[in-house]
Design a protein around this ligand. Structure first.
Ligand code: BGC
Length: 816
């Protein structure tokens, strides 16, 4: 096996869900799960096709209350393809004697292959090979090729190929009680002898969806004239296509599919677009050639060469493969954000959380235009965020914790604990830190690209309005002479209130307060320095931003309250240190997996709010997002005496109290440990990078990949271990490269030019691309600084973590 393929030998019904999610084919416009084409949704298979940004709202009745949920809609299943021999049963895996079954995901070419051999009840042996792809060059096209070999029989082979619109959103067991019917007004038609179409509408958002497919049958390079008969219902359309086979003979059915919605750009209406596509689409092989070329171009930007470890490389490739299938240049044309679970399944209903914080850096270093587009998704929803702030009695922009179509809050207000069967009130929407993440992303995109036009036209407005919101949320506590923030929830979602009270939220959450101080400083910098003076005046006028407000931000950056334990440990929130200690060893002994400790505790009749136990990195997020220098400066300006030496103590304290219930936790822990405990950092990296491949959370990958965990894991290689950072017009390298990871080779885009970087335990090489009109690049590694002209190479020599010549700036725990 190579690092570019993922092979699944045999058929394992229990593992089919994970395999379907890992074998998704997609192109950033749509994605389709790796379900068997002959399967319908049941307790083994779950065919799912999702178009980015295609949301719909439906109401469900839960415990006597009407609850509205918005979901990314499962669209008609274009894979639908089965076959039979003579008048035998339609092919199904569980009704034949399966002799071989193998699936291979070719990540380099974006192709899913399936090979199987079976014997049926009449002792006929048949071989089947299927190949499918979601065209990366032509985002509305998909293709499925099925080759059948009659090993030892002759007879009539009938394919049934079509589009199945009887799908619902039912891919997540805990959502079964919720209404999953999103499509209405199905309409089917046979458009041409080889082409059928299904048309439907989403019930509330009114998005029109059309899927059409063209089926041709081939033998040895010639198109056959098969018999065809139509199978047509309101919500399913297919053709039965018949050919004769003799022993050893084979035939091939090519199914070319087009998908459109009424949200598409440059389109009249979906039906006409889908049919037009099929009229003009080439055959499978020609489409495949163009598709492979498109992947080649993606990999030329996204490839991470990691040698010699094939397993790690395979995991890295897989994660980047799914990133490119979820967010591609085609996404840049859409009005969509970063879906937490990819376009790979229905967990979290396709919603957009703060996860872009972990995803955008990798994109910015390669296709910055895509980051810009994903940030514009947030800018377009600024009016909705302003409205939310107003409804909360505040000013500025209050972004939702979970966002979907129009940017209103999509978080659920009750959720089911599968361990206890209880529906519980859900206060996780109080994660106001989402706004800080958005501002952080805007600022860091600007830092990395120098895109002043973006900052001026969109970014600054978001930063200022978000700051204004936090200024309104904060209250001035006269007794303390400090600003305080009450009633929020942090990244650690286990704590949504104080023991014994009904009041939602916790007070003076350290990560929120410290990042608010960071935000206030940035906002002041934006209005006073980063924006050109005229634009700053325009914006302050338009936003009616007065001097008093800006003065308040300045004051907040010096007076926000930060809780500390007595011994210099930052308290996760005020009062955290008074919560009970959890008997971690006891829980580990009693439960095989305590990652979802919140569910275990609730099922035991306890309340996670009562314990010093966190779901994921929370205080430690500070060391992930801010350099030690930035953090000590912010805390210093706030009047707290905090030095880099205190960081390890904080890491140690919270590491012992974290259950890692989110895949993000390993990413953050690897990062914060990288400078001090390299071996542990590599352990967390190993965990992070394979978390979906190995379905670390036991059963959640099948509901969709964890995109931020996947990409954040890969990002550790470049920004954390290799210490690559682009900031202030410079390419900086601050490697703390673990020699056990071998050699890393990657290409980033820096100011529109490709720059090749190679990092090993001892050396760093940076090479710019040759070519005229390319400006020289300032490259800094440790104490050395060089100016690299086009086509030039610089070599730096480094050592590992203890090299005194290389003081890290990007990551925190260097002084440990
Ligand atoms: C994590 C959040 C994350 C969300 C979506 C949750 O389990 O706690 O931090 O944003 O999943 O990935």
């Amino acid at each position: 096996m190579t690092a570019w393929e993922l092979l699944f030998e045999g058929f394992d019904p229990a593992d089919e869900g994970r395999r379907e999610a890992l074998c998704v084919v997609g192109n950033g416009y749509f994605a389709t799960r790796g379900a068997a084409p002959e399967a319908v949704a049941d307790d083994v298979h779950y065919p799912g096709t999702y178009i980015a940004g295609c949301f719909n709202r439906v109401t469900s009745r839960i415990e006597g209350r009407d609850i509205e949920n918005e979901s990314m809609v499962n669209l008609p299943n274009w894979l639908m393809l089965t076959f039979r021999i003579d008048d035998g049963p339609w092919f199904a895996l569980d009704s034949v004697d399966l002799l071989d079954h193998e699936q291979e995901l070719d990540m380099e070419r974006g192709l899913l292959l399936r090979r199987l051999r079976f014997r049926d009840s009449r002792h006929r042996t048949t071989r089947l090979v299927q190949r499918r792809f979601a065209h990366l060059g032509s985002p509305h096209l998909a293709a499925l090729e099925t080759t059948i070999v009659a090993e030892d029989w002759s007879g009539r082979l009938t394919f049934r190929s079509g589009i199945d619109g009887r799908v619902t959103n039912s891919g997540v067991a805990r959502y079964q009680a919720l209404n999953g019917r999103h499509l209405v007004e199905h309409h089917t038609e046979e458009v041409r002898p080889d082409t059928v179409l299904l048309h439907a509408r989403t019930s509330q958002s009114g998005i029109l969806v059309a899927e059409a497919c063209r089926a041709t049958v081939w033998r040895d390079g010639d198109v056959l004239e098969p018999t065809r008969s139509l199978v047509r219902h309101d919500d399913l359309i297919a053709q039965d296509v018949g050919v004769d086979l003799t022993p050893g003979g084979q035939t091939r059915l090519e199914k070319i599919v087009s998908l459109h919605t009424s949200r598409d750009l440059a389109a009249t209406e979906p039906r006409e677009e889908a049919l037009g596509d099929l009229e003009n689409a080439a055959d499978f092989e020609e489409l495949l050639t163009a598709h492979i070329m498109a992947w080649d171009q993606v990999w030329s930007r996204y490839r991470f060469g990691l040698s010699p470890d094939v397993d790690a490389r395979q995991a890295v490739n897989l994660n980047l493969f799914h990133l490119a299938q979820t967010l591609s240049t085609h996404t840049a044309d859409l009005d969509v954000g970063v879906p937490a679970r990819g376009l790979h399944g229905e967990a979290y209903r396709g919603h957009v959380f703060w996860d872009e914080l972990f995803v955008l850096p990798t994109i910015t270093l390669r296709t910055p235009n895509l980051t810009r587009s994903l940030l514009l998704y947030r800018h377009r929803r600024l009016p909705q965020a302003r409205l939310a702030a107003r409804h909360a009695g505040l000013t500025g922009a209050m972004y939702p914790w979970q966002s979907g179509s129009n940017g209103r809050e999509e978080s659920q207000f009750v959720h089911l604990n599968p361990e206890s069967g209880h529906w519980l009130r859900d206060n996780t929407h109080l994660q106001r830190h989402i706004g800080i993440a958005i501002a952080y992303n805007v600022w860091h995109y600007y830092q990395a690209t120098g895109d002043e036009e973006f900052l001026s036209s969109y970014g600054a407005e978001m930063i200022l309005e978000i700051t204004r919101f936090f200024a309104a949320l904060a209250e001035y506590d006269h007794g303390r002479d400090r600003y305080v923030i009450h009633g929020v929830v942090g990244p650690d979602e286990y704590h949504t209130g104080y023991p014994g009270t009904d009041r939602p939220g916790i007070d003076n959450h350290a990560y929120t307060n410290i990042m608010t101080a960071w935000l206030c400083r940035i906002a002041v910098e934006v209005v006073t320095a980063a924006l050109p003076a005229e634009r700053s005046t325009e914006l302050t006028e338009a936003l009616r931003l007065g001097h008093q407000e800006i003065d308040q931000w300045r004051s907040m950056s010096r007076k926000l309250f930060v809780p500390f334990h007595d011994d210099g440990v930052i308290s996760q929130f005020e009062g955290y240190e008074h919560l009970a200690e959890l008997d971690w060893d006891g829980y580990r002994r009693r439960y095989p997996d305590i990652r979802r400790l919140d569910r275990i505790l609730e099922a035991e009749g306890k309340n996670p709010n009562d314990f010093q136990a966190s779901k994921q990195a929370d205080v430690l997020m500070l060391f992930y997002l801010l350099s030690a220098e930035e953090l000590t400066t912010i805390l210093g300006d706030l009047g707290y005496d905090f030095t880099g030496e205190q960081i390890p103590k904080n890491i140690d304290y919270y590491l012992r109290r974290t259950s890692h219930g989110s895949t993000l936790s390993s990413v953050v822990h690897a990062w914060v440990l990288a400078r001090s405990h390299r071996a542990r950092a590599v352990e967390f990296f190993d965990r992070a990078v394979v978390s979906d491949l190995h379905d670390a959370q036991k059963g959640t990958t099948q509901e969709g990949i964890h995109l931020a965990g996947m990409v954040g894991g890969v990002d550790l290689l470049q920004r954390c271990f290799a210490g690559i950072e682009v900031r202030e017009g410079m390419l900086r390298l601050d490697p703390h490269w673990p020699a056990e990871l071998g050699v890393l080779e990657l290409t980033i885009r820096y100011h529109h030019q490709p720059v090749l970087i190679r990092v090993s335990g001892r050396t760093v090489t940076v090479r710019t691309a040759p070519g005229p009109r390319r400006p020289a690049i300032r490259c800094v590694c440790g104490p050395e600084s060089v100016l690299l002209g086009p086509g030039e190479t610089a070599h730096f020599s480094t050592k590992t973590t203890t090299d005194p010549g290389l003081k890290p700036t990007a990551a925190p725990a260097d002084e440990l």
